[in-house]
Design a protein around this ligand. Structure first.
Ligand SMILES: Cc1cc2nc3c(=O)[nH]c(=O)nc-3n(C[C@H](O)[C@H](O)[C@H](O)COP(=O)(O)O)c2cc1C
Ligand code: SF4
Length: 492
């Protein structure tokens, strides 16, 4: 059996009572009798790695946040439910099926961090998930299940960068989703008591707040925040209740446990399913997506837009951090976009460059400017209007796009676009030589839903401007210069 059910229950759990009946709640019960350091030690021993994309050791992250706690303010635990990676729908699926397990994991994290606040950060547009989480929080609070820990839901914007952890904190604080310089274990969320004491703080007015307030007295007291992905948190209760050895009974030595994967693109169906880490990629595509469409063969797979493309010859690679790294790619958030032999890879590269160029915030100009130039040049090649000179310019911009970059988005251009250019060079040459029909860039955008086995992409992204507006005409500005000073809807 390829598909398993550790994190993703086969059917939705509709109430807290049902969750408890089915064995939920044992993690928080066990954690209540353990010292924070012991909880952290259990998570470390489990070998759990973050499921948000980077695959960083969860135990090590917990340890770092605990060590950096403020003597004045309690820390905050933030559940990253922004889920904006193209091709990924696993966090929303987990929350729709069982929000209790995620909240239980976050409450255990709060105990381990000495945090007094848990924020579940979703997007305002995730209406079903917001409703489900809000109802679960009400039940949990009414049942007195979270003494000493406040549970809150935050409904953020649709921007891709909102999912980047420091930008997430910046947004929760009332600013815009602009990544910060300070890591989250140094600078979490300004609590009101601290913000009131520091009138110089105004993230929305000045861009990323840490640039402007690191020298202020109040900033010295800002407690760290622990940010973990929804799926990461969903794994915590059973690790604590059943122990790290149980967790390690599936998966690989370096990456124990399971992965909740999304399969979309050129497959018979699109969907979400849970597999043991180490399952071959072709088996994951077969089990969740039903394999390629009749009469077609798979040409390539991308795990979101953060990692190098995987050619068909490497489809037997194990779906694990080390397996993907071994072929020069990465796991990302286990959202696999499949391309068959009908797909033009130049259109994939152009769509990817456009998505990243639009979503760049422009705090580091090479990322925004080179990103947009890359998108334009690739669209030109796609339309078979490009020249060898354009291909040379694309290669040059792929080198400079990461200059002085603050977050990983710029590197994603190099990884995803650069690898398509390298591995499918003949398709680019064919466009330049006019040997292949002109085409438009593929729509690369966030998933809005998966309905009856069909993935729905955010079609609005076609009209999104580089300043993040949907205006008829592009203002020519980057978000980092046009947005500060304008009120953010989530700033209340
Ligand atoms: C541009 C960008 C977008 C990201 N979007 C998300 C996201 O939507 N959800 C998420 O969990 N992590 C996202 N991440 C990763 C987070 O920054 C962070 O690594 C993650 O929330 C940490 O949780 P984990 O340790 O449990 O994986 C993004 C990172 C970048 C650079
Ligand atoms: S690298 Fe790009 S997306 Fe990241 S902070 Fe800089 S401009 Fe913004």
């Amino acid at each position: 059996m390829t598909v398993v059910h550790r994190v993703l229950h086969p059917s939705p759990i509709t109430s807290l009572a049902e969750y408890l009946e089915r064995g939920g709640g044992k993690g928080i019960e066990t954690a209540a009798g353990l010292r924070p350091q012991r909880i952290i030690a259990l998570v470390r021993a489990s070998g759990l790695r973050g499921r948000g994309g980077a695959g960083y050791s969860t135990g090590r992250k917990w340890q770092t946040v605990a060590r950096n706690r403020s003597p004045v303010e309690p820390s905050t635990v933030v559940v990253n439910g922004a889920e904006g990676e193209p091709g990924t729908f696993k966090d929303r699926t987990i929350l729709r099926i069982n929000p209790y397990q995620v909240i239980e994991g976050a409450m255990i994290a709060a105990r381990a961090m000495g945090a007094d606040l848990v924020v579940i950060a979703l997007k305002r547009s995730f209406e079903a998930e917001c409703a489900r989480v809000r109802a679960a929080i009400e039940e949990i609070t009414a049942a007195g299940w979270s003494p000493g820990t406040q549970l809150e839901i935050f409904e953020g914007p649709d921007e891709y960068l909102y999912g980047e952890e420091s930008a997430l904190l910046e947004t929760i604080q009332g600013g815009y989703p602009f990544p910060r310089v300070s890591p989250t274990f140094r600078r979490g969320v300004f609590k009101l008591s601290v913000a009131d004491a520091d009138e110089s703080h105004d993230g929305a007015r000045t861009g990323s707040s840490d640039v402007h307030t690191t020298t202020s007295a109040a900033a010295a007291h800002v407690a760290p925040a622990l940010v973990n992905n929804v799926e990461t948190m969903a794994n915590i209760p059973r690790i604590v209740a059943r122990g790290p050895q149980w967790f390690r009974t599936v998966g690989t030595k370096r990456a124990p446990g399971t992965l909740v994967c999304t399969v979309t693109g050129s497959t018979r169906v699109q969907g979400v399913g849970e597999v043991r880490i180490g399952t071959p990629l072709c088996e994951v595509i077969e089990a969740i997506g039903g394999g390629p469409r009749p009469g077609r063969r798979i040409k390539a797979v991308m795990s979101g837009v953060a990692n190098p493309v995987i050619p068909a010859a490497l489809l037997d690679t194990p779906v694990s951090y080390e397996g993907m790294a071994g072929i020069g790619s990465g796991l990302g958030s286990s959202g696999f976009i499949v391309f068959d032999d009908t797909v033009d890879m130049v259109a994939v590269a152009a769509g990817t460059a456009r998505f990243l160029g639009i979503e760049s915030c422009g705090q580091c100009l090479p990322c925004k400017q080179d990103g947009l130039v890359l998108a334009d040049l690739l669209a030109k090649v796609c339309r078979s209007e490009g020249t060898d000179h354009d291909l040379a310019m694309i290669r040059r911009r792929l080198v400079t796009v990461t200059d002085r970059s603050r977050c990983y988005l710029a590197t994603q251009q190099q990884n995803a676009v650069g690898s398509i250019l390298e591995r499918f060079a003949e398709e680019f040459a064919a466009h330049v030589e006019g040997a292949t029909p002109p085409t438009e860039p593929l729509l690369v955008a966030e998933l809005v839903d998966i309905v009856d086995g069909v993935a729905v992409l955010d079609e609005r992204h076609r009209h999104k401007r580089p300043d993040w507006s949907y205006d008829e005409v592009y203002s020519g500005k980057v978000p980092a210069e046009s947005l500060p000073g304008t009120p953010a809807p989530w700033r209340t």
